[in-house]
Design a protein around this ligand. Structure first.
Ligand SMILES: [Zn+2]
Ligand SMILES: [Zn+2]
Length: 353
């Protein structure tokens, strides 16, 4: 490569993010250099921007954020055989050890040695280029756009949530919380052939978005009792699965009462408090299955297979597009305007209209 430097958005402390010129990284033997074509802003990026930390992960040195991306392979290390320059790829942002018990058993999202992009001290990819171990690159079929490639990351959380609860096409589902993860969980459920999907949130714009995605019905808990609504809508059968993505403690507590007897509850949204109350007698009496979801594992190949040649239009969740130089404005929008922004995409080489 002739070019030696690139633009990257660097966060050095809360609310301080700037685009600087830094060296283009050189791929190691088993890595590829990827030109980033588009990359999303995730809730976790916004959280690091605002607070400088998430739980035990603290930004102690300047950090590049961003982990939802797709791009082109431009250079490969000596040992790389699975991709070649010119390949369009989605990047799976968590590189794992591959040898621990979790990795070997297929639950590699639980690997204690995972290096996940934009989780301090590991840099992310709000930059023109990034190096990635080549086995974490997934080739995109021509029918999938870079945007869809980037959205495979949050979509993977949705697929993983459904896989955890072993969701089948005949299940009735309620998704609580309609941010990007909630909406993409709806998309994932539709890709799995689920046709009775209920969606709840308190933000009218988000309910509207869910409607546009074609859910069976939307519920605003500020206006209706979700429980009563579901009883009526399902003719007293109830929903088989609740996928909770809001992270709101009250909603989390309510999930086991919203699911039918013998149903499954999947908790995705992380609450801000450590302990959340639940009616355990009801939980036991109703024999409910409860699942936690941490990121995802083995979802990219199947998600690509499910989306290619389909009309699932996951890009519907993108509400704004910005170039990398406008990163500050973009993150501020994500932080302050939850009423009208869902997924914001960043284009390191500028937004193409
Ligand atoms: Zn994310
Ligand atoms: Zn491992």
């Amino acid at each position: 490569m002739v070019k030696k430097t690139m633009n990257a958005a660097i966060l050095d402390k809360p609310f301080s993010i700037d685009v600087n010129e830094i060296k283009i990284p050189v791929p190691k033997k088993n890595e590829a250099l990827v030109r980033v074509r588009c990359i999303g802003i995730c809730g976790s990026d916004v959280h690091y921007y605002e607070y400088g930390k998430i739980g035990r992960y603290v930004v102690k040195q300047p950090l590049i954020l961003g982990h939802e991306l797709a791009g082109d392979v431009v250079e490969v290390g000596a040992d790389v055989k699975d991709v070649v320059p010119g390949d369009r790829v989605a990047v799976e942002p968590g590189v794992i050890c591959g040898t621990c018990d979790f990795c070997k058993s297929g639950r590699y999202n639980l690997c204690p040695d995972v290096e996940f992009m934009a989780t301090p001290p590991i840099d992310g990819a709000w930059a023109e280029y990034v190096t990635v171990r080549s086995d974490f690159l997934h080739k995109l079929p021509d029918s999938l756009s870079y945007e869809e490639g980037a959205l495979l990351e949050p979509l993977s959380v949705g697929f993983h949530a459904l896989n955890r609860a072993n969701v089948k096409p005949f299940d009735r589902i309620l998704v609580t919380g309609l941010g990007p993860i909630g909406l993409l969980t709806i998309k994932a459920a539709q890709a799995y052939g689920v046709n009775e999907i209920y969606a709840s949130d308190v933000v009218p714009y988000r309910l509207q978005k869910a409607k546009e995605l074609g859910v069976t019905a939307t519920i605003n808990p500020l206006e209706d009792s979700v429980e009563e609504f579901l009883t009526k809508a399902t003719d007293h059968k109830g929903v088989d699965v609740v996928v909770e993505t809001s992270g709101n403690s009250k909603v989390i507590s309510s999930t086991i009462e919203l699911v039918k007897r013998g149903g499954r509850v999947v908790l995705v949204g992380l609450p801000t408090t450590e302990k959340t109350e639940m009616n355990i007698s009801h939980f036991i009496d109703s024999e409910i299955d409860l699942y936690g979801v941490f990121r995802y594992a083995n979802t990219y190949p199947s998600a690509i297979q499910a989306l290619k040649g389909s009309s699932h239009n996951i890009e519907d969740v993108i509400t704004h597009k910005y170039s990398l130089c406008e990163i500050k404005e973009a993150v501020e929008l994500a932080r302050t305007d939850k009423g009208s922004s869902i997924k914001i995409m960043i284009y390191p080489s500028g937004v193409e209209e």
